[in-house]
Write a protein that binds this ligand. Structure first.
Ligand SMILES: [Zn+2]
Length: 1019
């Protein structure tokens, strides 16, 4: 047979573009439009609709970046339509704001309201219609139009001023191109859906497959059946030609897909937080409207924060959601407050993401999520399996690992084993997307790509436009219906993530295992970008721990009121700011202005709670004794004679540190350490006097600043590319050098550097090296005024240690990472995450580092001429990328480090807490014994708080921190009526309970245990 499949495909594409799409709507009737522009920030419906509106016409250019325009639209349905209410024609309002309709969102969006202020449905580039009833002859509604600028454009990553109201131009961005009522020809629309599915299927089948040729011939017959001058009149005949092709059943062994409706809405990113509130309202209104038409449509949405916004600001939408949740059509998923970053949130913060997420779901929807839902976060810490499992969750979903640059993750359906050994059943959608439109190409990819073929036959596909694209569309649902049982296609059924996990697990309970963290081989710069936000996060995580500790103690001991509502509000704000485009530093300037202010506000509020709680605790009004200076110690080890978690009198300080200038060098020395520093402020020797061993490799210099070019190929704020290592400038010259002896006996070397960039702007870097009296750790401080551009600043420590791997703190433990590049997996990890500490060691000897606000680091090894291995640790301090925030990291920063030679892993753990929980001075007349203590030093008391249910019970969360097994007696400052163990949601994990002043526990490596204590009478 002479035939060309290619020619048929080309003919089809032209028909769709030139004939079919223009035929979907007809009988357009103009509407009259008036407009009012809100002064700056969004306003409520009641306020907006009372304003003076002015007439505008089609062609009107409007919308400076971030502004809000309200349109009042009115008109009427022609009499002839009403008299002719055919089921084959639907009346609809059709709108075009002059955006790029080939892209799903990231541009102007609108929400339509009826005259009573109830949201009807949203408008987005690929979802630009409103339903209208023929019975409703008078057309009248409001549109709240958000002139959101397209910040990323075509992802060329050019610096842009669009990321803040104040820097964006006043120029209008949009044009009112279309706003009329028309009739949608349903048969023509159905034909378009038939073609969409078959077109995608054809190109996904092998060129020589019989099915491909059968489909091509059916398409050809369909095209022949069309009258080009009367598409509407010939659509039924055309569809008849496709009927057999669409009716052919799927192969017996075809892959199965559970399609769940979804809209990935970033809680802030290329728009400010306030816009996400409206994005959620718009998308959720669309979903409710779609559910009215399709009973089999299931929608999954994560993030309690998003629901809370809707509950607070759009009550009618929230009521609609609640009804659909109750009927099972709408599934809250994930159980988290937001889809946070997967690496940087601290131990308790990661727990609270689930505690407050599940709590909101329980209180508002009478359900809890059973699956963790983190499709887009940039890598996943090895602590998550234990954290999610203890939060009532049995499955884990992600998709991002398909973005790996170098190595392909070997599984799509697997068990993920965490650092403590907990396993959670996990899935990566093999379609490699969480914003599918259920095209033939995507479905075919899901099948071809699926790694577990032969053992498992099912994958999940989340479908729907995200980020203001409006979520799932009726076209996607049409595609799902057509692919339920279609030859050549996977079998698609709409369902929930629960449905998927239940089937996948029963089919393949013996799935393969991935152990440890899931390191994303991309976006390595997110551990460093926007340092002030990361510092605010670390500081407030610490202050929350302190505030809960001291406030719960003050309540139990003195009856002071526990600020539970305030603490929950602060937690929720902090958790929002851990969202996967906020904490990583990948959002626009507007977001960071707001987040830095919010962090500062939270700090003030938490310090008030801490100060008032400590004041109540440390002052006994019944004794006449006068107050003295006391020290509160929130760290898990005793400090200066004050017990862990206690308040006491500071012990006598040690002999002052000496500072001796010896020619080109300065020697700082106390009873523990001798430190040799050159005139550039570099540490040439850090000698532990007890065992006469130097931490610094001979001939190397530590505390050295390295400046690298940092211009990623793509994704500026996200990525540190491997090629950054090809350029390195060592900052040797100093402009000032001082040696100070301070009042507390510390000796300090201070250097100041001025660094003039090519732009002519000067950065200032002040470094201090401080050795406190009697201290076995050296303190390093940096005060930086940063004005570099596309540069990465690192702080280097070449350590004289032959280490195969380093231990980097993560939530409730550490992850070990190789110091070499033996395999492509090792090579890919050239920039990694640490929390408060990093530890490297040989047998019996190690060096610990602690930091107060940096997460990114790299480690490399070199061999000296004498054969000795040098393990170089470098902390990433600052970047200066240009997209999406052209001013990222400009301005003032401060950061602190500690380095301790002759350390064990336990010392490293404690050093991290010591730096992040500095001793706090309080005036009082009462020494306070710890509320709770652990007999085993390796068991860390991470959290002390009162129960979420308001019962007044004490909650204590502890974990084994060193990767070993141990017993520990947990003792309380009084006797309790009842002590038992719970999960993170504070629900009992066994029926056993005891009474008294202590409980004996056994810990596995990195195990987290939560103890609940009722009726505690403080002695
Ligand atoms: Zn995202």
């Amino acid at each position: 047979m002479h035939q060309s499949t290619k020619a048929v495909e080309e003919r089809l594409d032209r028909f769709v573009r030139d004939k079919l799409e223009p035929a979907i709507y007809r009988d357009h009737v103009a509407l009259s439009i008036t407009a009012w522009q809100a002064p700056r920030e969004p306003v409520a419906f009641e306020f907006a609709t009372k304003q003076q509106y002015e007439t505008v016409d089609l062609g009107w250019r409007f919308g400076r970046a971030w502004s809000t325009i309200w349109l009042k639209v009115s008109g009427s349905i022609p009499e002839s339509w009403a008299a002719n209410q055919e089921a084959s024609m639907a009346a609809e309002i059709v709108i075009d704001f002059g955006y790029n309709t080939s892209r799903s969102g990231f541009q102007a969006e609108a929400l339509a309201y009826d005259l009573a202020g109830k949201p009807i449905k949203a408008i987005a580039p690929k979802n630009s219609w409103l339903p209208w009833s023929y019975a409703n002859k008078k057309v009248e509604f409001f549109l709240e139009v958000a002139a959101n600028p397209d910040v990323a454009g075509e992802y060329t990553f050019e610096p842009t001023t669009l990321g803040d109201w104040d820097t964006a131009s006043e120029q209008p961005l949009y044009e009112l191109k279309k706003l009329h009522i028309a009739r949608r020809d349903i048969e023509v629309w159905q034909l378009a859906q038939d073609i969409f599915t078959l077109r995608g299927l054809i190109v996904s089948l092998p060129q020589d497959s019989t099915r491909r040729h059968v489909l091509t011939r059916a398409i050809e017959d369909m095209l022949d059946a069309i009258d080009p001058s009367d598409v509407s009149g010939s659509a039924t005949a055309a569809r008849a030609k496709l009927k057999a092709a669409l009716a052919a059943p799927a192969n017996a062994s075809s892959h199965r897909v559970i399609a769940t409706g979804h809209a990935h809405i970033d809680s802030a990113w290329l728009w400010p937080i306030r816009e996400t509130v409206r994005k959620c309202a718009r998308t959720f209104s669309n979903v409710l409207s779609l559910m009215d038409e399709h009973e089999d449509f299931i929608f999954s949405a994560s993030s309690a924060q998003h629901y809370k916004w809707i509950k607070d600001s759009y009550p009618s939408v929230f009521e609609g959601i609640k009804k659909r949740v109750a009927s099972g059509q709408w599934k809250p998923v994930g159980g988290m407050w937001v889809e946070c970053d997967g690496n940087m949130p601290g131990s308790e913060a990661m727990v609270r993401q689930f505690v407050y997420g599940q709590k909101f779901f329980q209180e508002n929807f009478a359900m809890q999520a059973r699956e963790a839902w983190l499709p887009d976060s940039f890598g996943y810490s090895g602590s998550l399996p234990q954290i999610v499992t203890q939060s009532g969750i049995s499955s884990f979903l992600s998709q991002k690992m398909s973005w790996n640059q170098i190595n392909r993750m070997p599984h799509h359906t697997f068990w993920w084993e965490g650092i403590d050994g907990t396993r959670v059943f996990s899935h990566f959608p093999s379609a490699d997307t969480y914003i599918s439109e259920l095209s033939g190409e995507e479905l075919a990819h899901a099948e071809r790509n699926f790694s577990e073929k032969g053992r498992s036959s099912i994958s999940l596909i989340p479908f729907g436009w995200g980020d203001g694209g409006g979520g799932p569309t009726r076209e996607m649902i049409a595609a799902a219906h057509r692919t339920g049982d279609l030859e050549g296609s996977p079998k698609v059924s709409m369902g929930t993530a629960d449905d998927f996990f239940a089937q996948a697990r029963s089919e393949y309970a013996n799935a393969p295992v991935w152990r440890g963290e899931m390191y994303l081989e991309l976006h390595r710069g997110v551990l460093t970008s926007q340092h002030r936000t990361k510092q605010g996060n670390r500081r407030n995580e610490g202050l929350l721990r302190e505030a809960e500790l001291w406030a719960s103690y003050a309540t139990l001991k003195t009856g002071a009121e526990y600020p539970s509502a305030k603490l929950e509000e602060i937690w929720q704000s902090l958790l929002l700011m851990q969202f996967h485009d906020i904490l990583p530093g990948t959002a626009i300037a507007w977001v960071y202005k707001e987040v830095e202010n919010r962090h500062a506000e939270i700090t003030r509020e938490l310090l008030e709670i801490i100060d008032s709680s400590l004041s109540v605790l440390a002052n006994d009004p019944s004794t006449g004794s006068s107050p003295q200076a006391l020290t509160a110690n929130a760290a898990p080890a005793a400090r200066n004679g004050v017990a862990a978690l206690g308040v006491g009198v500071r012990g006598k300080s040690a002999k002052a540190t000496s500072a001796v200038e010896q020619g080109e060098f300065v020697i700082l020395e106390n009873e523990e350490l001798r430190v040799k520093i050159d005139r550039s402020g570099r540490i040439l020797s850090l000698l532990s006097l007890a065992n006469n061993r130097d931490a610094i490799a001979i001939g190397s210099a530590a505390n050295e600043l390295h400046l690298h070019n940092d211009n990623p190929t793509r994704w500026d704020a996200w990525d540190i590319d491997e090629h950054y290592r090809n350029t390195k400038q060592v900052l040797e010259n100093v402009d000032e050098f001082k040696v100070n002896q301070e009042a507390d006996g510390s000796a300090v070397v201070e250097t100041k550097r001025l660094l003039t960039a090519a732009s002519g702007k000067t950065s200032t870097i002040v470094q201090t090296i401080r050795l406190a009296p009697g201290s076995n750790a050296l303190d390093i401080g940096l005060e930086i005024d940063w004005h570099e551009s596309e540069k990465l600043l690192k702080l280097a420590f070449p350590i004289d240690i032959h280490a195969e791997e380093v231990a980097a703190e993560t939530q409730f433990g550490f992850v070990k990472r190789p110091t070499h590049e033996n395999t492509s997996w090792d090579f890919a990890r050239f920039e990694s995450c640490q929390h408060k500490y990093l530890f490297l060691n040989e047998k019996d000897w190690g060096v610990a580092f602690a930091n107060d606000s940096t997460y990114g680091f790299d480690v490399q090894r070199t061999t000296e001429a004498n054969g000795a291995t040098v393990t170089s640790v470098r902390f990433s301090l600052l970047r200066s990328t240009k997209f999406p925030d052209p001013e990222a990291d400009q301005g003032k920063h401060s950061m602190k480090f500690k380095i301790r030679p002759a350390a064990t892993i336990q010392d490293a753990v404690n050093l991290g807490y010591e730096l992040n929980y500095p001793a706090r001075e309080v005036q009082g007349n009462r020494v306070i014994e710890p509320l709770v203590s652990s007999s085993a030093a390796q068991v860390i008391i991470e959290t002390v708080k009162l129960a979420e249910d308001g019962s007044g019970d004490l909650i204590v969360r502890l974990y084994e921190s060193t990767g070993g097994r141990c017993d520990s007696r947990i003792a309380f400052a009084g006797a309790a009526e009842k002590i038992w163990l719970t999960d993170f949601l504070e629900m009992p994990t066994s029926a056993d309970h005891s009474a008294g002043g202590s409980i004996d526990l056994q810990f596995r490596p990195f195990q987290v245990i939560t103890v609940r204590v009722a009726g505690l009478q403080i002695a």
